[in-house]
Design a protein around this ligand. Sequence first.
Ligand SMILES: [Zn+2]
Length: 330
Amino acid sequence: MTDQTAHAPACPRCGYDVRGEVATWTDRCPLDGRCNECGLDFRWQHVLDPRIQAPRWYVEQRKGRPVPVQIVATAWFALVRPWWFWRQVRLEHRVDLRRLGPYAFVLLIGFGYAAIGIAAACSFTALKVMYSGNFYTTYYGYGPSDGWETLISALFVAAAPFLTRSLPQAASGPTGPLGPMGGSAPWDFAATYLPQVGTIAILAAVFAVSSSLTFLALPVTRRRCKVRMVHVVRVATIGLACWLPALLAPVLDPAAHLLKEFGLLLPVRIDGVLRLVPILLPVLLVIWWWSATRSYLRMPHAWAVALSVAAVGILCTLSIAAYAIAPLLR
Ligand SMILES: [Zn+2]
């Protein structure tokens, strides 16, 4: 037993020291155990074995894939298969806050910047193609953009909008995706999308904090199941992935415009898709908290917990949006 006591076995949910229980074993080891403090049923193997590891694609797993791959894989599985996700990532896997911080940063700031860049690139390129028949040719000295040139230009605008040349001034001309355009630099487009994407990122962060606090305030969480704070931080942080559709939505409209300039019409109406996002988001958030409560934290009343947490979290987020952010956007 010396190895195991050095590992200081503890209940994975509440952190209660179970060494006393282990000390009572004399001639044999049981397979299953129950925490005396919070009532969690567990397999002794999962608690005693220090080698137990999270999957290699998961962002907190240090022995896994390269970190950018882990961040994308974690966000993707959390978004599309939350119930499966929480069977792979378990309470017994040690929480690594030094990995969760960069994950949150990349999800909100990295994906946000990517959304702004792609939206700006699509808008700018759509205008270039639109202008290519008339004065664009005389201004730039060459003919309409071909596919590769347009693609490279779009990538360049996305990577460094502030370094890219402005479009020529139009006295009168076609109306662009953002109204009548002329003399617009890619950075102007980026500035158009920044408030949209920035607002979503702030709201996602507000929801993560308010839903965590609500979860911790529920009697079943602290008094009965004694859930350690780090587990709630993990659930809320990884759950930022639920906001990705909203964060990336500003890209849809300019992307559809760009495709239209190339004669490709999407089979769906973009404004219809955009209207789905506010409906989809609360559903995703409830499913996320439900699956985490049930499969990860192994608590009772998972639906009631998830609905309460999501409802209070969304109310707090909407209040912040109404009182703090809306005046700034005016
Ligand atoms: Zn416990």
